[in-house]
Design a protein around this ligand. Structure first.
Ligand SMILES: Nc1nc2c(c(=O)[nH]1)N[C@H]1C(S)=C(S)[C@@H](COP(=O)(O)OP(=O)(O)OC[C@H]3O[C@@H](n4cnc5c(=O)[nH]c(N)nc54)[C@H](O)[C@@H]3O)O[C@H]1N2
Ligand SMILES: Nc1nc2c(c(=O)[nH]1)N[C@H]1C(S)=C(S)[C@@H](COP(=O)(O)OP(=O)(O)OC[C@H]3O[C@@H](n4cnc5c(=O)[nH]c(N)nc54)[C@H](O)[C@@H]3O)O[C@H]1N2
Ligand code: SF4
Ligand SMILES: [Mo]
Length: 806
């Protein structure tokens, strides 16, 4: 086997690195949004070479843009990575330019911690000691462990969730394999949007309404209001939301207000106003805004009566099985102080908790009230909190009260993400014979007390209860076993207990924090060694193999076919198809739904084909409902927008909630543990800590790329006021801690974060030293395992901490 680490050295030439850092600084500054085609910039910093071969590929990171990459090789080695430089870059036909992550993909590919061979654990679990074994030995061991667990506990004891290593679904070969051997316990919801999906379901009828209007609608708006939404980091590609947002906003010159505890790069001189808000208090701000809107007659009473349920009194709807609703239970009464709590939700009442001046709240409400077509959207940071469902429902209330949804230029308060566009069909997974689902964030709790978990106490879905504890985790392309889950120290301790957790399967590219806990660890090929067809709103691409599989890495499709073979199910898994056959089959099936796609032959020849994208097309949500709510009712209890939810009122009565948790029928602000109002905990840990998506990584993927670590600093953001109080200085090493753990990172003192709040990019690799301090800087070392009340989801933005010098 040829060892290729020397290739890594070759690409780490000083020229290549310097070029990247220049480009990185440029991209980091947001200048890549300039209308100047980027190839000109790239050409300016990268010398031309002779004898080079260029192949098209894409970045498969989980921002879903599948940005085009031009991989330039010479003598079979990667020299550098360029990006889309086709066409004249007119919006609608614009270049799908890669960000700094895609352009450093070779550094991820050749990283020294690549998994090279199948391995079996020899040390204590989590210690990271493995021995090299053959593929056959590895698959025989996986077969024997899975068979034993199924025999002893049943298939429900196997938990699996595909991680977000790559987007879209051809790797559905993992659930396909597991379903063939009798199924597995699957997650209800996910780490991304479980709270807003749940909020959307109770308000608008299902989770499809989480995705609101597309950013191109902003070209018809006069006021954009973003709650915790930072596409400059999260949808960063030249083909994605951040570019659509900038172009559309420039067209309409809409006033832009960004509401976020940090001054994000989405704001960064392009906003009209940044309103800093204390984490977890958006719902309270909305209540105060609602109070002004009601008092100053900005609410659209006719819209509320026709399209919504529960603003005021409601007559019985016997055909829907709904009783009459007394006015005192409605939203209006709650806001004005005639509800059960008797509190008027005035700006004066909300201001100090939200950290927003009273006058600012009045001003914002009036601006919203006067706007002709307000575009109100939320990212997923606000919902990744202890009462995240309530926050998302509350944000939905703004367009609802104003009657500003289902119309050009408006949004329903959901997310303005593009990626729900043109997927290639997934490989069919078959039926999972295990019906029960555990809330995604509670898989680790199911290891300890699965048998006690019920629908009423733990949100078990599609069954009344679980029959067994989870005994095995089967993880493909994820780091959620540890790093991306919460309370890493407690989770690591649980995983190390072989009586509780009997078998851990991991297949990845790198020795991640989670991979260290595997019993069997398999080396996958990386994106550049792989091929697939992938589509985005603006292009469809058939990627080429750029590199041969390195070391003993194998194509995962062949690995799972062989594993199915150990169970006598090889052909049931393969259905006679190779990976390439599946690609063609699934693509051709997708073309039936998308007749404007090129044929497979054309695509194979051209490699990448641009799809027509009309910037002027209507992309606003809830159009049909607005046009005719009787003909197009929502899938809610009443068929209308559900402001008051009888279902939630019933859940509040019947579910067994942990002490302190609450669920309400209206979208009420709900103070929680470790929030700004948790005075007791704040005595010891006075700062609110939030995480965010860093430019330097998609989650934990690319965390091992030194170039990215150099360009995007992993440091704790802290306001000068808090730093001065603690006599901390710029750049010094600090400990962030609470009673779950301690993280060591440098300090970045900056007015870009509000006082009382600190922020750390998520996704760094958990790496405890001998004393237990996480010197890797993984935020989940100090996040909490307690789920939210309704969705039972991850509240990873709700944390109280203290900070001290090392
Ligand atoms: N670069 C990069 N891009 C990514 C990813 C990545 O890891 N890195 N991940 C991808 C994935 S899987 C997802 S799910 C998406 C989702 O991405 P999001 O969840 O939307 O991104 P976050 O950065 O976590 O949060 C967005 C913003 O919310 C703010 N925020 C936090 N708490 C609050 C609050 O209480 N109120 C308000 N108003 N704002 C708050 C944060 O400061 C941040 O600016 O991003 C995708 N894109
Ligand atoms: N504190 C905090 N925690 C969070 C979040 C937060 O905002 N704050 N965000 C949450 C969110 S939104 C999400 S989606 C999750 C994401 O958590 P995960 O789904 O675990 O995603 P990643 O951390 O990117 O891990 C993906 C893994 O897949 C591997 N991988 C990439 N490509 C391939 C491949 O081709 N083959 C194989 N076999 N492996 C591959 C990568 O090396 C990496 O180890 O994290 C969640 N955790
Ligand atoms: S990480 Fe960057 S290059 Fe890769 S898909 Fe996302 S925006 Fe594009
Ligand atoms: Mo996510």
């Amino acid at each position: 086997m040829k060892d290729k680490t020397n290739v890594s050295d070759a690409v780490n030439s000083d020229l290549s690195r310097r070029s990247f850092l220049k480009l990185g600084a440029y991209l980091g500054a947001g200048a890549f949004l300039s209308t100047q085609p980027l190839n000109a910039i790239a050409a300016a910093v990268i010398d031309a070479h002779h004898g080079e071969v260029t192949k098209w590929h894409n970045c498969w990171a989980h921002c879903h843009s599948s940005c085009l990459l031009k991989i330039v090789t010479e003598d079979g080695q990667i020299k550098r990575i360029e990006t889309d430089d086709q066409g004249d870059d007119q919006f609608g036909q614009h270049q799908v330019r890669a960000c700094l992550r895609g352009r450093s993909l070779h550094k991820r590919t050749f990283s020294p911690d690549r998994l090279k061979y199948p391995m079996k654990r020899i040390g204590k679990r989590g210690e990271g000691k493995f021995k090299r074994i053959s593929w056959d030995e590895a698959l025989t061991e996986v077969h024997s462990q899975l068979s034993r667990i199924i025999k002893d506990y049943g298939n429900q004891a196997i938990f699996s969730r595909i991680g977000y290593g790559q987007p879209h679904g051809p790797y559905h070969y993992v659930p396909r394999f597991l379903n063939l051997i009798g199924g597995f316990l699957s997650p209800a919801g996910n780490y991304s949007s479980h709270q807003i999906d749940t909020a959307s379901t109770y308000t608008y009828g299902n989770k499809s309404f989480t995705m609101g209007s597309a950013p191109t609608e902003m070209s018809r708006s006069d006021l954009i209001v973003y709650f915790g939404n930072n596409p400059a980091n999260t949808r960063m590609s030249g083909g994605s939301d951040t570019y659509h947002y900038q172009v559309s906003k420039a067209k309409s010159a809409a006033r832009t207000i960004i509401i976020d505890p940090q001054y994000t790069d989405t704001a960064c001189g392009r906003e009209d106003e940044w309103i800093a808000i204390r984490p977890g208090t958006d719902a309270l701000l909305i209540e105060a805004l609602s109070w002004v809107l009601i008092k100053e007659n900005f609410v659209d009473e006719a819209f509320l009566a026709q399209y919504c349920y529960g603003y005021d009194a409601e007559p019985a709807m016997p055909e829907k099985g709904l009783p009459a609703l007394d006015a005192s239970l409605g939203y209006k009464a709650y806001i004005l102080g005639f509800g059960a709590d008797g509190i008027a939700k005035t700006p004066e009442y909300a201001a100090s908790t939200c950290g927003i001046p009273t006058e600012k709240i009045y001003q914002l409400a009036r601006e919203l009230g006067h706007a002709k077509a307000p575009f109100i959207a939320q990212g997923w940071g606000p919902q990744r909190h202890a009462a995240g469902e309530q926050t998302s429902r509350a944000i939905f209330m703004l367009p609802i009260l104003l009657g500003q949804l289902g119309l050009p230029g408006t949004n329903n308060g959901g997310s303005d993400f593009l990626f729900h566009t043109t997927d290639i069909m997934n490989m069919p997974t078959g039926k999972n014979p295990v019906k029960a689902q555990v809330p995604c964030f509670k898989w680790s709790e199911a290891v300890v007390r699965g048998q006690e978990m019920t629908a009423l106490s733990d949100g078990i879905a599609k069954a009344d209860k679980l029959d067994t504890n989870v005994k095995c985790v089967f993880m493909y392309q994820g780091n959620w076993l540890l790093n991306q889950h919460s309370d890493c120290n407690a989770t690591a301790k649980m995983l190390a207990n072989e009586k509780l957790m009997e078998f851990i399967f991991v297949m990845d590219n790198h020795m991640t924090a989670s991979a260290k806990f595997a019993d069997i660890l398999l080396p996958d090929i990386t994106w550049l060694e792989n091929s697939r067809v992938i589509a985005f709103s603006t292009h469809v691409t058939k990627t080429e193999h750029v590199l041969d599989p390195m070391y003993e890495c194998r194509h995962p499709y062949d690995v799972f076919a062989d594993l199915a073979g150990k169970f006598g199910l090889r052909e049931a898994f393969r259905e006679g198809r190779t990976w390439d056959d599946w690609q063609q089959y699934l693509y051709e099936q997708s073309c039936i739904k998308h007749p404007h796609f090129p044929t497979y032959e054309e695509l194979s020849e051209k490699k990448t084909v641009r799809l027509p994208f009309d910037p002027e097309a209507d992309r606003y949500t809830m159009k049909e409902f607005r046009l005719d709510p009787l003909a197009n009712p929502l899938p809610t209890e009443s068929g209308k927008i559900q402001i008051y939810s009888h279902k939630l009122a019933n859940i509040a009565q019947t579910w067994l909630l942990p002490e302190g948790d609450s669920i309400t029928a209206l979208p009420n602000y709900t103070p929680t543990w470790e929030s700004y109002t948790d005075i007791e905990t704040k005595k010891q840990f006075p700062l609110q800590l939030i995480g965010f998506k860093s430019k330097g990584r998609p989650h934990s993927t690319f965390a091992n790329v030194p170039w990215l670590r150099e360009v995007v600093e992993d440091a704790l953001m802290m306001n000068p006021v808090d730093a001065n109080e603690r006599q901390l200085t710029q750049g010094q090493l600090i400990h962030i801690f609470n009673d779950r753990g301690t993280i060591q990172v440098p300090l970045r003192i900056t007015p870009r974060i509000m006082p009382g709040v600190v922020a750390l990019g998520e996704g760094a690799w958990y790496q405890p030293d001998e004393s237990g301090v996480d010197v890797g800087g993984c935020i989940n070392t100090i996040t909490r395992l307690k789920p939210t009340a309704l969705a039972k989801a991850n509240p990873q933005g709700t944390n109280l901490v203290e900070v001290r010098a090392v």
